[in-house]
Design a protein around this ligand. Structure first.
Ligand code: NAP
Length: 305
């Protein structure tokens, strides 16, 4: 039976993938987590080479998806060594354990490997990360592809999807400020209107990953570099406007037209998804439908007695 291991099954993307694979009959799925280890999950610190080796030897997966990472740019900027341990060294440990056993590795990367000055970016475009997060993810890509040919790096842009806390995604993290701005006496919420983003729905990414796993199970694994992206360009200011509309509130938003982040960020890293599209792989949920589903599910969960 085809066996898939997921590192980082407790995260924003990992949970969406677990949900997607639950619908897949005939596969065995092993989930790992680190600080939030659920009943169905194995505890694994992917920074620990020996623990990774033991896990892969014990479980003998046919495919390993690495969704574990430090994805917060500000945290990476403040502690690049800790970011590298997770975003580079851990990827190397998984690759080293997978290679002798012939397991295919799919590792998630980011549009922040590019500098955002010349979109759209094809997978073979020259990377030039502007911050520590992007640098660590690029190094992680190279660590994987240098270690094994039987691997795929999947680059993704800004993600949103079902959450357990607003802060889990840079899309939903805007919600508290949007809400507060609608209350009488409060100042308007300042939102970035400089950088263009392509918010991508985690259930769509999970669907793409399932299609890639199916190819692997069929002996036709996709290898090298691939990218997947939503196709609706918007700034965070526009994202906030759409969230306010979905919430049905009269938010007061101010567009910030110059970059104001402490950590440098690229302006427009639109990822070309052509390689996967040519393989007939992909699905895109319109942003307004996706964000409404996320908001409704979160509010329903929190309205529970
Ligand atoms: N979120 C985005 O907007 C975005 C955009 C582009 C690319 N990406 C990439 O997509 C991937 C998934 O991101 P995400 O948003 O799902 O991240 P996330 O929600 O922050 O989840 C991170 C995951 O990593 C796990 N983890 C942390 N430290 C670990 C360790 N030492 N050993 C094992 N697992 C560890 C966490 O486990 P616990 O929770 O159990 O500690 C969690 O499952 C990452 O590669 C990220 O770089 C994300």
């Amino acid at each position: 039976m085809f066996k898939v291991a997921i590192a980082g099954a407790s995260g924003l993307l990992g949970r969406a993938l677990v949900r997607e694979l639950a619908a897949q009959t005939g596969w065995q799925v092993v989930q790992t987590a680190f600080s939030r280890v659920g009943a169905q999950q194995v505890a694994l610190d992917v920074r620990d080479a020996r623990a990774v080796e033991d896990f892969v030897a014990r479980e003998a997966p046919d495919a390993i998806v690495i969704a574990a990472a430090e994805r917060r740019p500000d945290v990476c900027e403040h502690d690049p060594a800790a970011a590298r341990a997770l975003n580079v060294d851990a990827v190397r440990h998984v690759a080293a354990a997978a290679k002798p056993r012939g397991a295919w590795v799919l590792s998630i990367s980011t549009d922040y490997v590019f500098d955002g000055s010349a979109p759209p970016y094809r997978p073979d475009a020259a990377p030039n990360p502007l911050n520590a997060y992007g640098r660590s993810k690029l190094e992680g890509e190279r660590a994987l592809l240098d270690a094994t040919d039987n691997a795929l790096v999947l680059r993704l842009p800004l993600l949103y999807g079902p959450i357990v806390a607003w802060q889990e995604s840079a899309v939903t993290s805007l919600v508290p400020a949007i809400r507060a701005s609608a209350q009488a006496g409060n100042a308007s919420a300042v939102m970035d209107a400089w950088a263009t983003r392509y918010p991508t729905f985690t259930p769509d990414v999970a669907f793409v990953i399932r299609e890639l796993l199916t190819r692997c199970a069929d002996g036709d694994a996709v290898r090298g570099l691939a990218q997947w992206s939503g196709d609706e360009p918007m700034t965070k200011y526009e994202i906030a406007q759409r969230i306010a509309r979905a919430l049905g509130i009269d938010a007061r938003l101010t567009a910030q037209t110059e970059p104001a982040d402490a950590t440098p960020r690229p302006r427009d890293c639109h990822l070309d998804s052509g390689r996967l599209e040519a393989l007939g792989i992909g699905r895109r949920t319109p942003f307004d439908a996706g964000i409404r589903a996320v908001l409704d599910a979160f509010e329903a969960e929190h309205a529970k007695p």
